[in-house]
Design a protein. Structure first.
Length: 380
């Protein structure tokens, strides 16, 4: 089919996506689309740091100090002192020997998994793992297995089967601490124990937990005291950190191997040093008393909205694409930006609207939203 036929086919299934440019964000996470102000309940800016004055100032300071671009890949002239300082901050925060940063969380996954495993090895993924992790696992050429979402018994059975048949194989278990479309939390203690029982390595993606969970906001592994038992801690700078990029925290040997062998890392221009400089400030801010105050406020909002999980993500599953699109449109007409999430982002027949909270929201706005959601025809 030509492009127009393919687009028409997507539209017929209510799966067509379009871009909706927003104007500059306003106070309390309001955004403006086509001249109309909307309460933003779609952003992953969980702590509101994307407009924090100290981080904005750090970005400007970084530009003044380092310029606007890096000029080359990391192994040529693209590594700045700012990159090294950020990576040291992340390593210290995650209690690991070293860390490496990337242009995005997607790039972090694609750069990492194919170095950790390859042909003859095995990757075991949670069924609801993010697309970047699935793509990276496929790119690795390792044998891919999937366990039912958060089902540790199923994970045990797969690990046992592989170990019995391939006693010397490398096995990498990949899961997330907070799942991006469901907002639920991984049974991390049990997953760690399963990996240890079967000599499997664990890669934990903390993308939606960094900044939100843990005494200093470093994620679920920190909250449960498990950082020293998880070999690979991945995350993002693009959500609660308020900027852009991804990272991996691991042993120094693994980080050096990725630097030397990862094609996406080697052949990509380095992220701007100014961005790394601002991210360093943001990570440190998250660990301060101010960061804790923001997390506490976010936690209050999470409870107010009625989320059964300690995450800032609350999906309302409606089933059909049409129902999800209609609910999103109704809420937009009422002044709330809440997207419809459909296949392939979520499994078929589980289309939903996805509400995300920020510390910058007010309690009154959340109460108003709760009332409007209860009155939606597809929900009430």
């Amino acid at each position: 089919m030509n492009p127009r036929q393919q687009l028409d086919a997507l539209a017929e299934k209510q799966l067509l996506r379009t871009l909706h440019p927003l104007e500059a964000p306003e106070k309390d996470l309001c955004v403006v689309e086509n001249g109309r102000e909307l309460w933003n309940f779609a952003s992953n800016d969980y702590l509101g740091l994307s407009t924090h004055s100290a981080i904005s100032a750090a970005f400007i300071e970084g530009i003044e100090r380092y310029g606007t671009g890096s000029g080359a890949s990391r192994l040529v002239t693209g590594t700045s002192v700012a990159h090294s300082e950020l990576e040291e901050t992340i390593a210290n925060a995650k209690l690991s020997e070293a860390a490496l940063t990337f242009g995005s969380g997607y790039s972090a996954a694609l750069s990492t998994l194919p170095i950790l495993v390859g042909k003859g090895d095995f990757v075991i993924l949670d069924r609801l793992a993010h697309a970047s992790l699935i793509d990276a696992a496929r790119f690795s050429e390792a044998t891919l297995r999937v366990f039912q979402h958060n089902d540790v018994d199923h994970l045990h059975s797969i690990l046992q089967h592989i170990r019995n048949k391939h006693p010397e194989a490398e096995i990498l278990v990949v899961t997330e601490s907070v799942f991006s479309m469901d907002g639920d939390v991984c049974p991390l203690q049990s997953v760690v124990e399963a990996c240890e029982n079967y000599r499997a390595r664990l890669l934990l993606d903390e993308a939606h937990a960094i900044g939100v969970l843990g005494p200093t906001g470093m994620g679920l592994a920190e909250q449960l005291g498990l950082q020293d038992r998880i070999e690979f801690q991945m995350g993002t700078l693009s959500k609660a950190v308020g900027l852009s990029g991804g990272y991996l925290a691991a042993s120094r040997d693994w980080i050096e191997l990725i630097i030397n062998r990862s094609r996406p890392f080697i052949y990509t221009t380095a992220p701007p040093p100014a961005l790394a400089h601002a991210a360093n400030v943001a990570i440190r801010l998250i660990q301060t008393d101010e960061g804790k105050t923001l997390r506490d406020r976010l936690s209050e909002h999470i409870k107010r909205l009625g989320n059964p999980h300690p995450s800032a993500i609350l999906p309302i599953i409606l089933g059909s694409n049409r129902a999800a699109l209609e609910a999103a449109k109704t809420l937009k007409d009422l002044g709330y930006l809440i997207p419809a999430i459909r296949f392939p982002t979520v499994p078929k027949n589980t289309a939903r609207i996805r509400i995300t909270l920020s510390a910058k929201h007010s309690g009154d706005v959340i109460e108003d939203l709760k009332r409007e959601i209860r009155q939606l025809p597809s929900i009430g």
